[in-house]
Design a protein around this ligand. Structure first.
Ligand code: GZL
Length: 337
């Protein structure tokens, strides 16, 4: 089930991305020391989605650890609390402050044309990170992030293989789908893969699609409500680890077993530390990685632009997925997030 890791496409994308990130980095001598050295800093305005998940916290940490004064940057950071209007206001503020670069992780894909046109008119390069915007691609300089559809495909291919190994190919499989923030690229891609797989597998049945909003609290509520109807799914497909934690909380409350040898198969996304801990313990069956460490990747793009180079328009990061038997505490502790 790890075919995609060896697939040509994967190798090509990884090479392109690696080339873009390494080839694009320039020696870039550090600015001359002056009496007021802050004038030499490259000012980066970053509009972050919020702090809704462990993934998001790790992503913020990566950006803040990269864009430091010692690295030659002044970072203007804005937490939008998952509201697009806050992101638009932050970007307008960055324009007023005449930052050198605007970086945005867009909470949803729609509604960005106006403010990105304002940034273009102000001649400020925009780098989109993690999630995607649905606009004319002339309105941003580059995007770096994950292939969410591919992440979903990894999950559904794994489920198909797992059910085959369990001798359950023709058995009816009831699936409860816990969606992430509606309209976000991560939700759109992971949902698309699941719905396509259900379409293809006649014995798979979607018994519900609930809004988990990428948070543990919301997911606990909506999964608890489903379980209280007496319905017990065969599979719960959670679009991130914090949602998975909420689903496990609801299942545990009802004494419904889950994960390896459990009643309910649980699939999650992010492969954050909390998610991998649950996976290693066998409480879930699969955790699909979504890499949050975008700080260095965004900086590599900025360095390319500073060096007069043209960065790749789209750069997909390489990711994998994890089953319980593959995980050790040493490996989990060795990961930065
Ligand atoms: C995915 C990212 C998603 C994560 C969630 O790249 O946008 O947002 O999967 C996070 O954990 O909230």
């Amino acid at each position: 089930m790890k075919e995609w890791r060896k697939s040509g496409k994967f190798a090509l994308i990884s090479l392109m991305c690696a080339a873009a990130l390494t080839g694009g980095c320039t020696s870039g001598s550090t600015p001359e020391e002056t009496e007021d050295d802050t004038t030499n800093l490259t000012v980066v305005g970053f509009s972050e989605v919020g702090a809704e998940s462990d993934w998001r916290v790790a992503n913020t940490e990566s950006m803040k650890a990269t864009f430091t004064e010692s690295n030659g940057y002044e970072l203007l950071f804005d937490d939008a609390k998952q509201k697009q209007e806050n992101q638009i206001a932050a970007i307008r503020n960055f324009i007023l402050q005449e930052v050198n670069y605007i970086v945005v992780d867009p909470v949803v894909e729609d509604g960005w044309e106006g403010v990105l046109q304002e940034a273009k008119d102000a001649d400020i390069p925009v780098i989109v990170v993690d999630r995607m915007v649905k606009t004319d691609e002339d309105l941003f300089t580059a995007w770096v992030g994950s292939d969410f559809y591919e992440e979903g495909q990894k999950a559904t291919v794994w489920l198909e293989n797992y059910l085959e190994e369990q001798g359950r190919v023709h058995e009816r499989i009831d699936i409860l789908h816990v969606q992430g923030t509606e309209g976000s690229s991560a939700q759109i891609g992971r949902t698309k893969s699941l719905l396509e797989a259900i379409e293809v597998h006649g014995s798979w049945r979607l018994i519900g699609s609930v809004q988990g909003e990428f948070t543990q609290a919301k997911t606990y509520e909506v999964v608890r409500d489903v379980l209280e109807t007496g319905s017990i799914p065969d599979v719960i497909y959670c679009e991130n680890d914090n949602s998975m934690l909420g689903a496990l909380q609801a299942l545990d409350e009802k004494n419904i077993s889950h994960g390896v040898d459990g009643r309910v198969i649980v699939i999650s996304f992010d492969a954050s530390k909390p998610g991998l801990e649950e996976c290693k313990a066998g409480r879930i069956n699969l955790d699909v990685e979504c890499n949050p460490d975008h700080g260095p990747r965004v900086e590599a793009i900025i360095r390319q632009i500073e060096a007069g180079e043209t960065p790749e328009k789209y750069c997909y990061v390489e990711e994998t997925c994890f089953e319980p038997q593959e995980l050790t505490q040493e490996f989990i502790d060795s990961r930065g997030y």
